[in-house]
Design a protein around this ligand. Sequence first.
Ligand SMILES: [Zn+2]
Length: 74
Amino acid sequence: MNTFKCTQCDTVGLTDGFIEDAGEHSRGYARWIEGALERGVFGGAKRMGRPRWQIEAYRCPKCGHLELFASNQV
Ligand SMILES: [Zn+2]
């Protein structure tokens, strides 16, 4: 628990968590990548050389709203 406040219903104290990436070669967590999405020739996102940030997702226990933060570069 923490003192984060839900921006939807003003409840204080959000539940810590993260967004899972269950893809086959994933590290298990989703990341935020700097720069607008560009797709390569095979349709996949171009992400070479871009900074990546781990996404933290805090869930409001009352309304279920997620507050997302990307504060740690990975
Ligand atoms: Zn809420």
